[in-house]
Structures are given as C-alpha cells and as structure tokens.
Ligand binder design. Structure first.
Ligand code: HXC
Length: 258
C-alpha cells in the first residue's frame, strides 16, 4: 500500500513503520495518524509480521501534534470530532509487540505515541517532553497519565508544568526508556530486539503484553491471579512442550504458535 506520510517495510517478520513528514519534524496530523492506524491494523492482520517497530528520523521521532492543524479548531471541533481518539484507539488494539525507536525530539503527542508503544529504545540524541503548556493546552493522549506511571509524579509534574525536555540519560534513569544506544546504532538495536521477539511463540508474546498492560489496570492481587492463570493456560499449548523440550534437548526451540 502507498502511504504519503509514513513508510512501511516488512522484513524478517518485523514491520518497520517510519514516520515521514520531515518538513514538520513528523508532526502528527490527521493524515499521518490515519495512515499509522491503517498500517498498524495491516501489520496486526499480516501473518508474516510478528513484531512492529515505529521510528521517525534522526532529528525527530515526532515533534508533537501538528500545531498548524490545531490552531483554528474550536472546542466543538475537537470534542465532537473526538480529535485523535479513533487513531490512537487503533494503536492500543494492536496485540503484537510494538517497539518505539526514538532519536531526536519526541515531544507532546510524539512522546505520547512512543509511550503507547510497548517499550522505547532511544538514541543518545533523544529528547522527550510534554511542552503543551507552552501552547495554552495540556497533553491529550497520555502525557499526564502514562508519563506519571512511567516516571512518577514528581518528574511528570515537572515535565508537564515547565515543558522542559528530558534527555536520553535522564529518560533511562527514570524508567521512560528501556535502553539508550548511540545514534548510529539505534535501528540496528531496535530491529535486533524486534527480531528476537519475532523468534518467540506469538502466544507467549501476546500473553506477556496482556499481563504487563493489566498491571496498570487492576490491583496487584488481581494482576497476579491473571498472570498465574495465563501461565497455567500456556501448558495447554504445543509451544510450551516445544520450548521446554528444546531446553532439555539443548537445541533451539521451533515455535509454531500452536
Ligand atoms: C507543526 C511543527 C511542529 C509541530 C515543528 N514543526 N514542530 N509544525 N506542529 N508540533 C515545524 C516548524 O514549524 C518548522 O516548520 C519545522 O517543523 C522545523 O521546526 P523548527 O522549529 O524550525 O526546528 P528547531 O528550531 O530545530 O526546533 C525543534 C523543536 C520545535 C524544538 C522540536 O520545532 C518545537 O518546539 N516544536 C513544537 C513542539 C511542541 O510544542 N509539541 C507539542 C505540540 S501539541 P517551518 O515551515 O518553519 O520550517 C501536542 C498535543 C498532543 O502534541 C495532544 C493530542 C491530543
């Protein structure tokens, strides 16, 4: 499928989605978010895809929602139009693992998009921020909620109230990102991580995603019960027999998602 604001490449069971509005530092407009939602739905439905990587350019993952597109909108426009909701809901519906590979600016909606992915690998040039307060608004797709859960109240307040940017080192120290690598190594590292995930049983990978996400939704006792029951259920799969047999037979497991 031909896209105008993103590119999509599927190789070795990994779908690489690259945001591609270089003139606006990948600012998120209706077109880009619509295409991203479509590409993610396609990746979810494509049996060849086992993991997804979303990235931007070396200068910007995404510098936020498109300010030019938003400036003249009214409350009624964005409330009744439910600005960005259908597209971001689609991202959350993807059951396959999604890695955000971030270089440069991940600001506002860009930081929020990265946080909607399952984990973030960033380069040393990454800068995260929720600067919406400078525009007379606030974050709208998770910048006060997901960021607080990821880095805690103090840093989330600091970022959202001052609009300051967080560099890669602070982002890793705070738990916002899982790894920091040199700029030139970012895609190699992200694609290698995605490739590793693609080798696993998709059943286990899907269960991991559901379990970790549940940790944000339910009390600990319920989350632990859900995890334990999912662990028990996996004994009803061929992949459990294969994984354990492969270990004992000292060979690589060949998972078949069954
Ligand atoms: C529209 C944007 C943009 C944005 C950058 N550009 N960010 N256009 N929306 N969010 C455009 C600039 O207008 C400029 O276009 C070109 O990209 C290059 O940007 P510069 O500012 O010239 O680059 P630089 O000096 O390097 O500064 C980079 C920057 C700065 C620090 C990232 O661009 C910036 O502060 N951007 C805005 C960041 C922001 O406020 N994000 C939050 C948006 S609100 P021209 O045509 O002049 O070359 C949001 C809400 C989410 O995200 C909630 C959703 C519900």
């Amino acid at each position: 499928m031909a896209y105008e604001t993103i590119t999509v490449d599927v190789d070795n069971h990994v779908a690489l989605i690259t945001l591609n509005r270089p003139d606006a530092l990948n600012a998120l407009n209706d077109a880009l978010l619509g295409e991203l939602a479509k590409a993610l739905k396609g990746a979810q439905e494509n049996d060849k895809v086992r993991c997804i990587v979303i990235t931007g350019s070396e200068k910007a993952f995404a510098a936020g929602a498109d300010i030019a597109m938003m400036r003249e909108k009214s409350f009624v426009d964005v409330f009744m139009g439910d600005l960005f909701t259908p597209e971001t809901d689609q991202i959350l519906r993807v059951r396959k693992p999604i890695i955000a590979a971030v270089s440069g600016y991940a600001l506002g909606g860009g930081c929020e998009l990265a946080m909607m992915c399952d984990f973030i690998i960033c380069s040393e040039s990454a800068k995260f921020g929720q600067p919406e307060i400078n525009l007379g608004v606030v974050a709208g797709i998770g910048g006060t909620q997901r960021l607080t859960r990821l880095v805690g109240k103090s840093k989330a307040m600091d970022m959202n109230l001052t609009g300051r940017f967080m560099d890669a080192e602070e982002a890793e120290r705070s738990g916002l990102v899982s790894r920091v690598v040199p700029v030139k190594k970012l895609m190699e590292e992200a694609m290698a991580a995605a490739g590793k995930i693609a080798e696993k049983s998709m059943i286990s990978a899907t269960v991991v995603k559901e379990c970790v996400n549940r940790a944000y939704e339910v009390p600990l006792s319920e989350g632990l019960l859900f995890e334990r029951r999912m662990f028990h259920s996996l004994f009803n799969t061929e992949d459990q027999k294969e994984g354990m047999s492969a270990f004992l037979e000292k060979r690589e497991a060949q998972f078949r998602d069954k």
